[in-house]
Each structure stands twice: as structure tokens, then as C-alpha cells.
Design a protein around this ligand. Structure first.
Ligand SMILES: Cc1cc2nc3c(=O)[nH]c(=O)nc-3n(C[C@H](O)[C@H](O)[C@H](O)COP(=O)(O)OP(=O)(O)OC[C@H]3O[C@@H](n4cnc5c(N)ncnc54)[C@H](O)[C@@H]3O)c2cc1C
Length: 504
């Protein structure tokens, strides 16, 4: 068994940010564990054609590592992945990270006052790590959700999820079905439409897709970002504030977003000539209720003669095709599954077991998904969850939320060290009241009143994934660690285990 002060699970934006924060605050005794082979999480795994961020790169990057070199306003996956790796190199995170190491179980041991973390890796096999603090940075959109469709396992052609793209399969000239019309699908479809023989797009709900102000940065802009002090930060601040305005409409006054309906409809008209297709792809809910998507190429791709939009609902998959509920069978060579991720029911929640022997999955299944400030959870002492409940966004960069959490994490660690505290657990009443307020703020929101069903809601009908309102309010809420919200135990009252090994 290895002993370590902090174990961070996940090496995406969140886990890397946590590692950098630990270093910067003098907590050098930590390890980062990731089942993948590289840094980047989302940006390592999503290599599908067209993969790119949908928040401008100057904002979708760490505030402490601005990148004047972004080639365009919405960078593509490879560029974001390269940026993340440069950051990892700069902060020397390789020396602290174990790749290809899956955390199979993380269990709070009340007697030892430690997390016992079981790992499995190709090189070292099964091992255990004992940690004072567990940082779960396992990603909100990390576990691909596969559709539960009769016969899908018996399909004889190529079939893969958007987040597990099979680059060995050449789809040129093939008959391809794309299941789903969410954020990944709208990036994939234009790329495929240009090369496949025929494409059927299986749409359950038409999303709002607005034009995207995407363009390459000029040499002059690059020069300015590099050489004019404050220029890039000013650009970032402008992008940030513009996005925050949207948040007011989403949370408090959905009617102010009404002009976006006209912009969305004009985008449809620009891209699609066929009135039947236009009608099929026109959303029937208020803009913002599901994630607002941005693309200039999605509707023109759907408008192509070799692309059909199928809205009849899938009945089953046969070895060679898809049968819709109206009985029509469409023959295909390949299926691209773009049906999103397990968000509120991530399998990762089953592996985290708290003080009462219940997993996060069990607790949330029973009580609903909840945390305090999206970060700490009653029943799970000394654990910090990155991008936990009520931290997701429909309008701006998740990296802003991640960095807010990192402030809270840093202040927590410093506070417990200063006060010689060995165990913190958020009080149940504090967590309950916090979530009551979150739900009450959401009552006026478009997610509650916009007329759609979305993955933002859990099975109890609560919107447990989204932060309500302006992100600067979350930044304020996470600025300082509020010790009074926690039950604590000091060093003298804790039973300390003897460390068996000093380093990992
Ligand atoms: C296609 C796509 C595009 C997106 N675009 C945007 C965007 O434009 N703007 C935006 O704000 N957000 C976007 N997001 C959301 C994005 O997920 C977050 O912005 C951010 O990247 C999350 O970082 P993370 O580190 O929390 O999670 P992730 O990047 O998902 O990293 C989680 C890591 O945890 C590891 N892990 C999980 N479970 C285990 C385990 N049991 N053992 C070991 N390792 C484990 C995974 O391997 C992974 O490396 C996008 C998401 C997707 C899927």
C-alpha cells in the first residue's frame, strides 16, 4: 500500500488543474491517476471528425495559461489537446501522473481516516493507495452512453460511439446512420456528409443551432495577443461578459432570448431548401432549454441530397440496417452513435464509497444528485468532486467553473492545514439548504419552463447538473473555504495509521 496526501483521479482540465493548484500551494505529496494514456480527458478521447470547442478558445483555456497562438476562435480538438499537453509539460505533471491506471474502487475507511483507493493498471496490476484526500476529477462527459435498441449488438457493419471514434474504418462512399443530433453529432454530420455515399440522421429532438462566429485569427491579431500587454486578457474578458449576458436569460428571463428563435430559424432557411426537411429540424421548445449549439455547416449538410433526416423513431437494428417505428428498413454499412454520455448516472459514481458503506451512485439514486457548492458531499469525508452537481453550464466555459473550484480546493487545504484538521465533512443541513436554494433559483429558468426534456434533469425531475445564474456568483461562493459549513476532526482526536511507504 502506498501512502499519499492527495490522490487525484482524472487528468483532464479538472485533474490537471487540481495538480497544478496542489503544487502552487505547497502540497507536493500527491499522485494523479488516469485510465487513459495521456493528459486531456475529453480532448484526448473525442477525436471524431470536426471535434472542436463550442466556447471561444480564449475563454476555454486556463486563465493562468493564456495561449496567444490559438489559430482560430473555436479551436479544434488536436489544438486543444496539444495546448493541454504543453501545460502538463510546463508544470511537470508527468512525474506525478500514472497513466493507464484505472481506479476500480475508492472507499473511505473511518478507522484509518483515509481513502483506500484500488487501482488496476496494465503494467503494475492491482494496487492500493491510501490517501488523506481524494479529488474526483472523473469528468462529467466521460462515460459514453449507448442507446438501448433491440438488435443493436447483432449489427454486422461498423458501429462506434462518437467519443470512441474508429479511425480504421473508412466511411468514404458508405451508407452511414448517425444516431443523435446533439453537440457532437452536429460537428460530425457536416464532415461525414462531404464523404459518405448516403447518410441517415436519426433525430429524436431537433436542437436549436445558431450561427457560429468562427474564423482564423490573422497574423496581426497573433502579434497583438503576444506583444501588447493585456490585449488577450481584454479579449477574454469581452468574450466572458458577452456569454454571461446569456445566462441572465437562461436562468431568470427566458423571454429575452426570444430573438434567438428568429436567428435559429434563419440559420435553418439558409442551409436547407426542402420545406419538409426544414420543418423536421425546427425545434419545438424554447431556445436554451437544451444546450444551444453553434454551427454554420450543420444545416447545409442536412440540406444535401445524400442526407435524410429520420424522425420516425428507431424500432430495432437488424444485421444490415435500421428499422423505424413506421416499419421502414434502411440498409446501412455503418452506425455512428452520438447519443452523449452518462451524466447523472456515471458508472464512476458506483466506485466511490463513503463512510456508511454506500456508493455515491446509491446515495444519489435514493436522495437525488446533490453536493455542497458542487464540490463536497455529506457522507464522503475528505473528498472533493470536480464538476459535481449544479456546476454545469449551458452558456460559457467550464474551465471558469473548474478554476472557481480550484480556489475552493486550495483554501480548503490551507485551512485544514492551518487548523490541524484531519477530517472534514460538509454538514447535511448545510448541503440540503444549499440545494434548496439552487432549485428555487431554477424555478424561473428556461430549463424548467422551456418545454423540453433534457439530460440536465435527473429522474426526480430536478435540474441537478446546472449552475443557476451568473458564473461570477459561483466564483464568489467558492472564493473562501467556509469552515463553519463542515463537521471537522482535529489531529489529536484522529487515529493515525502508520505510513508504510513514503512515496508513490
Ligand atoms: C465533445 C465535447 C466537447 C466539449 N466542448 C466543450 C466546450 O466547448 N466548452 C466547455 O466549456 N465544455 C466543453 N465540454 C465539456 C468538457 O467535458 C469540460 O469542458 C472539461 O473538458 C471537463 O474536464 P474534466 O477534467 O472535468 O473531465 P474529462 O476531460 O472528462 O477528464 C476526466 C478524466 O478522468 C479519467 N477517469 C474517469 N474515470 C476514471 C477512473 N475510474 N480511473 C481513472 N481515470 C478515470 C478519464 O480517463 C479522463 O481523462 C465538451 C465535452 C465534450 C464531450
Amino acid at each position: 500500500m502506498n501512502d499519499v496526501k492527495v490522490a487525484v483521479v482524472g487528468a483532464g482540465f479538472s485533474g490537471m488543474g487540481a495538480a497544478i493548484t496542489l503544487r502552487q500551494n505547497g502540497f507536493d505529496d500527491f499522485v494523479v491517476l488516469d485510465r487513459g494514456s495521456d493528459f486531456g480527458g475529453t480532448w484526448r478521447d473525442n477525436t471524431y471528425p470536426g471535434a472542436a470547442c463550442d466556447v471561444p478558445s480564449h475563454l476555454y483555456s486556463y486563465s493562468f495559461e493564456l495561449n496567444p497562438e490559438w489559430s482560430r476562435s473555436f479551436s479544434k480538438q488536436a489544438e486543444i489537446h496539444a495546448y493541454i499537453n504543453r501545460v502538463a509539460d510546463k508544470y511537470d505533471l508527468h512525474s506525478r501522473t500514472r497513466f493507464r491506471t484505472e481506479v476500480t474502487d475508492a472507499r473511505w475507511d473511518e478507522d484509518q481516516n483515509r481513502w483506500i483507493i484500488s487501482t488496476d493498471s496494465e503494467t503494475d496490476g492491482a494496487q492500493q493507495i491510501r490517501a488523506e484526500i481524494l479529488v474526483g476529477a472523473i469528468g462529467p462527459l466521460c462515460e459514453p452512453r449507448l442507446p438501448d435498441i433491440e438488435g443493436i449488438e447483432g449489427f454486422e457493419g461498423a458501429i462506434f460511439h462518437s467519443a470512441r471514434w474508429d479511425h480504421e474504418t473508412d466511411l468514404t462512399g458508405k451508407r452511414v446512420a448517425v444516431i443523435g443530433t446533439g453537440a457532437s453529432a452536429i460537428q460530425i454530420i457536416p464532415e461525414l456528409a462531404a464523404k459518405v455515399g448516403h447518410m441517415d440522421v436519426y433525430q429524436r429532438t431537433a436542437p436549436w443551432v445558431l450561427p457560429r462566429a468562427d474564423r482564423e485569427y490573422t497574423a496581426l491579431e497573433h502579434w497583438i495577443f503576444k506583444n501588447v500587454p493585456g490585449a488577450q486578457r481584454l479579449s477574454r474578458t469581452g468574450i466572458y461578459l458577452a456569454h454571461e449576458l446569456v445566462s441572465y436569460g437562461l436562468t431568470h428571463r427566458p423571454d429575452v432570448l426570444r430573438p434567438a428563435h428568429a436567428i435559429g430559424r434563419a440559420n435553418i432557411r439558409r442551409g436547407i431548401a426542402d420545406p419538409v426537411k426544414r420543418k423536421k429540424v425546427t425545434p419545438q421548445f424554447k431556445v436554451g432549454c437544451k444546450r444551444i449549439l453553434l454551427s454554420n455547416t450543420y444545416y447545409p449538410a442536412l440540406g444535401q441530397d445524400n442526407v435524410d433526416v429520420v424522425t420516425d423513431g428507431i424500432a430495432k437494428v437488424t444485421p444490415t440496417g435500421i428499422v423505424t417505428k413506421d416499419g421502414t428498413e434502411r440498409e446501412i454499412d455503418a452506425i455512428v452513435v452520438a447519443t452523449g454520455f452518462h451524466v447523472t448516472d456515471s458508472p464512476g459514481f458506483e466506485h466511490i464509497v463513503g463512510k456508511d458503506g454506500e456508493s455515491l451512485a446509491q446515495v444519489w439514486d435514493r436522495d437525488g444528485m446533490a453536493a455542497y457548492k458542487g464540490s463536497t458531499i455529506h457522507g464522503f469525508p475528505n473528498m472533493f468532486l470536480m464538476i459535481g452537481p449544479a456546476t454545469g453550464l449551458g452558456h460559457t466555459s467550464m474551465v471558469f467553473m473548474i478554476e472557481s473550484q480550484l480556489n475552493y480546493l486550495a483554501d480548503w487545504l490551507k485551512t485544514v492545514q492551518r487548523n490541524d484538521i484531519t477530517r472534514t465533512e460538509v454538514r447535511a443541513d448545510v448541503q440540503r439548504e444549499y440545494n434548496r436554494e439552487v432549485q428555487s433559483t431554477l424555478e424561473t429558468s428556461v430549463w424548467e419552463n422551456g418545454g423540453c426534456s433534457s439530460w440536465y434533469k435527473d429522474k426526480f425531475g430536478n435540474i441537478t447538473t446546472l449552475w443557476p445564474g451568473f458564473t461570477f456568483n459561483y466564483r464568489k461562493a467558492t472564493k473562501n473555504f467556509d469552515l463553519a459549513a463542515y463537521e471537522t476532526q482535529r489531529a489529536e482526536s484522529a487515529r493515525r495509521p502508520e505510513p508504510q511507504s513514503a512515496s508513490v
